[in-house]
Design a protein. Structure first.
Length: 73
């Protein structure tokens, strides 16, 4: 799995500018439409959209960064 080279997008639900995306389906959602969850044995919180949270999907890679750490320093 690679890094994302863009750090924002439009929310799939309401169309507002969004900075975070669902860790399962990889679609952008605004803060109002995301659900933050702490998964057991993981170092960080994960964000899921309502659809993935209800289906209890797992994140794609629990240790990845949101974007390339060397991009836009």
């Amino acid at each position: 799995m690679g890094f994302r080279f863009f750090v924002d997008g439009l929310c799939r639900k309401c169309g507002k500018p969004a900075k975070f995306y669902c860790d399962s389906c990889q679609l952008y959602f605004c803060d109002d439409d995301l659900i933050k969850v702490k998964i057991q044995d993981s170092p960080k919180f994960f964000t899921f959209c309502e659809k993935c949270y209800k289906k209890k999907k797992k994140p794609i890679d629990p240790y990845r960064e949101n974007r390339n750490p060397f991009f836009r320093k």
